[in-house]
Every structure is written in C-alpha cells, then in structure tokens.
Design a protein around this ligand. Structure first.
Ligand code: SF4
Length: 365
C-alpha cells in the first residue's frame, strides 16, 4: 500500500527478511517482480507513472478473466491534492490523475458484455474526477455517471471515496436524476470539531459538511450515509470528541468506519505530541457504540420494506443466494429458479449481525 511505497528502502533496511516491496503504482508488474525475487534479488519497486499502469491493466481485463462476475470496481482516478495532515496518499500516489472518459467507457462496456451489472467507480478522491471527455472538454463525476448509466446491461453505479469539498452541484443532482446511481454514499468527515478539522487540513468545517448532507438528502431523501472517523488526533480534547459524537447524532449514519489515530511517517501530524493510547481507545469505544446503534437502527428500519437485491453469489446453505440491497447491505434469500446476476424485489424479513434476510417478492429485471 501507500506506506510501502513511501518507505520501501527503509523497510528492507530494517527488516532484511523482506524480499520485495512494491507500491500501488506497480502491481501490474507483480509477475516480473516475483521472477526477479526468485532469482535471489531483493527488490524495491515503488515508482511508476499511473497512466502506464492503467493502459497495461485494461489490456489484462479481458472478458474471459472476469466472466461470471456480477460486480466490478473500475479505477477512474488516482492521487490526491488535498494533503490532509494525517494521510500519506498525496506523497505516495502523487497529484490527482483522472482517466479519460473514453478509456472508462470502453472498460465498463467490456465488463457489461461479460455479465457485470454493478460498477463501483474508484479513486482516492473519486469526486475530484476531472477526466478528458470526447471533444477535449473536461468532465466531472456527475456527467461521467450520467454517461455510464446509458450502457446496456449496467443496472447499478456507485463511487467511492469522496471528499466533502468536491460534492459539486452536478454530482448532487445526479443523486436525484440518475436512477442507476445507488442511494448510498461514503462521505468521510473524520471529526466533528472545527478545531480538529483545521488541524487535519480537511478544508471544510462541520457546518459545510452538514450543509452538503442536507443538499444530498434533499436530492435523494432515502440516501444511506457512511463515513470515516479518526479519534484521538493530536490535540483532540474531550470537548472536541463530544462534538464528533454530536455530529454523528445529527447526521445519523447507516454505517461507518472508525479508527484510532495512528501516525504515518512523513506526514505533518506524525510529528505532533500524541494522545495517550487509553484515551484513544476509550473514545473509539464510545464512538463505535453510537455508530453501531445507528447501523442497527438503519437495518431495522428496512424490515418489512421491499428492496431490489442484486444477486451476487451462492450462500453458505443449499439454495441460498447472497446479494446486495441498494444501501450496500448483504441480503440472504432462498428460492428455486433465481440466478446470480438477477435483480429481484425482496421483502426484508430480519436482520443478522452483518446482513439482512429476505424473501423474494418477484423478479424485477
Ligand atoms: Fe488522504 Fe483523502 Fe485527505 Fe486526500 S482527501 S489527503 S486521500 S484523506
């Protein structure tokens, strides 16, 4: 990952047993790197232009290799210009790079032809997408989604991960008008205190974030929100942390990821005085209890609703299939005659630890 890319030489120096270090820009060269290692070399390969990786990978993604997959990830953007003070991405992946529309279009068409029905567009800062469109004009993410929604066979679109500052009006409007764009958005906020957001160099305030959430909910009232949180960032006081809990109560998340701050070498926050481990652990526990409650409430609110479920794979039990709801929840259901890749309307009957159980209400596509 990114730290391997940043610290390649140092990793091998400190741990001589390591044979091979490579970064995300180099994974298309893994067979060649392994061959070099097998000849006894210690290999550190951490530099490579993103553009070249994409052209090599699209050559590898032939329909044969992806046959029978129902969902696929398509990287449309790499790198980041935001420089949050806790994050290594801008140093390891470099400046923002967006793939041209035509290359993405061709990849999604190829996937659709091979049976893929749901595509998740990926990027470290995916909604900063600014790729070259046909005719040389720059397209932003909202327009790209609109275009990809026209491709036959593609039933669902998603994108991740987004930065609040890049939720432009076109993208917010896409959540209202693009029926293939799923009502689920991962929009990291990281903290609920303006002082901490400033120290993190997030470039937005709590008020900005709440305003963006309100605009997205106005466009798509049933949208399920997810976020990332970091607790115990250097300088975070107890009252800062209480503000984070307050923000969570105000926004109400369907699910979220939360972590204790952990310093990344080479980033500005790594040199700041660190909070004691037990403070971080206590705060993480309180936050996760609240987020867990909200996730359970969201899942419970689905009971009795009929939701379209895209069937992705066989379940553990005979006759059982597992799919995803529009809100990305795994859904288990069983009925003769259903096929992987089918979209079925299903009545949600119950909730388990990490999934929903349902009964088909009838085929819908
Ligand atoms: Fe890292 Fe995301 Fe901040 Fe970019 S926006 S620096 S990828 S955390």
């Amino acid at each position: 990952g990114c730290v391997a890319q940043a610290e390649g030489e140092e990793i091998v120096r400190r741990a001589p047993a390591v044979d091979l270090v490579f970064g995300p820009q180099t994974y298309h060269r893994l067979p060649e790197l392994l061959a070099r290692v097998s000849r006894g070399a210690s290999v550190v390969e951490t530099e490579f232009p993103a553009e070249e990786k994409f052209s090599r990978l699209s050559g590898l993604a032939q329909p044969k290799a992806i046959a029978r997959r129902v969902t696929a990830f398509v990287t449309i953007q790499e790198g980041c210009d935001k420089f949050c003070t806790f994050c290594v991405v801008p140093y390891t992946r470099g400046a923002e790079f967006s793939r041209p529309v035509l290359a993405i279009d061709q990849e999604v068409r190829r996937l659709a032809g091979a049976g893929v029905r749901e595509v998740t567009l990926l990027g470290q800062n995916v909604n900063a997408y600014h790729g070259e469109g046909p005719g040389g004009k720059t397209w932003r993410l909202g327009r790209l989604l609109q275009h990809l929604a026209q491709i036959d066979g593609i039933a669902r679109l998603r994108y991740t991960t987004s930065h609040p500052c890049d939720m432009d009006a076109e993208l917010v409007a896409a959540h209202a008008s693009n029926t293939k764009l799923m009502p689920y958005l991962h929009l990291p906020v990281q903290a609920g205190s303006n002082a901490v957001l400033k120290a993190m160099n997030r470039k937005h305030t709590v008020e900005d974030y709440i305003d963006i959430v309100a605009r997205i909910r106005a466009a798509r009232p049933d949208i399920a929100l997810s976020s990332d949180f970091i607790v115990g960032f250097p300088g975070e006081t107890e009252s800062d942390f209480q503000l984070t809990l307050g923000l969570v109560r105000e926004v109400r998340y369907a699910q979220a990821f939360s972590f204790k701050y952990s310093p990344r070498p080479g980033t500005p926050a790594a040199d700041l005085p660190q909070l004691p481990e037990e403070v971080k652990s206590d705060r993480l526990q309180s936050l996760q209890a609240l987020l867990g409650e909200q996730q359970a409430q969201f899942n419970s609110s689905c009971i009795g609703r009929t939701l379209p479920v895209l069937l992705e794979r066989q379940g553990r039990y005979s006759g059982q299939l597992v799919g995803r709801s529009p809100y990305l929840q795994p859904v288990h259901l069983a009925k003769e005659g259903l096929k992987i890749g089918e979209l079925v309307d299903a009545v949600i009957l119950g909730i388990g630890a990490n999934s929903l159980s349902a009964q088909p209400a009838g085929p819908s596509g």
